[in-house]
Design a protein around this ligand. Structure first.
Ligand SMILES: Nc1nc2c(ncn2[C@@H]2O[C@H](COP(=O)(O)OP(=O)(O)O)[C@@H](O)[C@H]2O)c(=O)[nH]1
Ligand SMILES: [Mg+2]
Length: 216
């Protein structure tokens, strides 16, 4: 799986978001005939939100490189990771979906980046830490911010991270399931440390983003 890491701090140079559908066509010669193979590449902008230190960057790192860093390095600005995922559409046809995963720092000094961060997102990942109640109650605020930036109909997933810390759990599953129903989000529990559910989570996000686009 190819991955590239871009650091995008200067938003002034950005002319548009990356969420437009791109279609590429290849031509092949076969038995003297010109045959067109249509290859569709869909690119979705996915934003990852949640309180500082819930594990947003760790989840992305685990998914994109299978590596996990245990040192806490507060993110500066925004990182964008591009990842390709193969999924089947309703007709069973393979579709390659690229997720542009946007990871912002939670520090208040970066709140001014909110608009370009949220604008035009095709999917939202709302992350809390199952061992920290405040990070769970703040999910409502994060979701309200998404709504403010016109994302109320974007597909979304509520994610309870750090399930490897079993003895420190504060947020039980039924609480989170209740919240996920309230905000019409899918719900996953993950560990960026062990990798549990990490692949399934991003696969689901790609499927939701694709299905939502196909409905439009
Ligand atoms: N035990 C455990 N620690 C985690 C997990 N995910 C992240 N962490 C740790 O939590 C801290 C914050 O993680 P980070 O990804 O920087 O959080 P962010 O601020 O939301 O991006 C770091 O020390 C990580 O090593 C997890 O699933 N389990
Ligand atoms: Mg981070």
């Amino acid at each position: 799986m190819g991955s590239s890491l871009l650091t995008c701090i200067n938003f002034k140079n950005r002319k548009s978001t990356h969420n437009k559908l791109r279609i590429m066509t290849e031509d092949n010669k076969s038995e003297g005939e010109l045959v067109f193979h249509e290859r569709t590449e869909m690119i979705f902008k996915i934003i990852v939100v949640g309180d500082p230190a819930v594990g947003k960057s760790s989840l992305l790192r685990k998914f994109s490189s299978e590596k996990f860093e245990s040192e806490y390095i507060p993110t500066v600005g925004v990182n964008i990771v591009k990842e390709q995922i193969a999924i089947k559409d309703n007709a069973g046809k393979d579709i390659s979906v690229s997720l542009m995963l946007w990871d912002i720092a939670g520090q208040p000094q970066f709140y001014m980046l909110h608009r370009p961060y949220f604008n035009g997102a095709d999917g939202v990942m709302l992350v809390y830490d199952i061992t920290r109640s405040s990070s769970f109650s703040n999910i409502n605020n994060w979701w309200q911010t998404c709504v403010k930036y016109a994302l109320s109909s974007s597909p979304r997933i509520l994610i309870g991270n750090k399930i490897d810390l079993k003895d420190e759990r504060k947020i039980i599953k039924p609480m989170a399931e209740h919240l996920s129903q309230k905000i019409s989000a899918q719900f996953y529990e993950t560990s960026a440390l062990s990798g549990e559910n990490v692949k399934a989570l991003f696969q689901k996000m790609a499927e939701l983003a694709l299905n939502s686009k196909l409905k439009d």
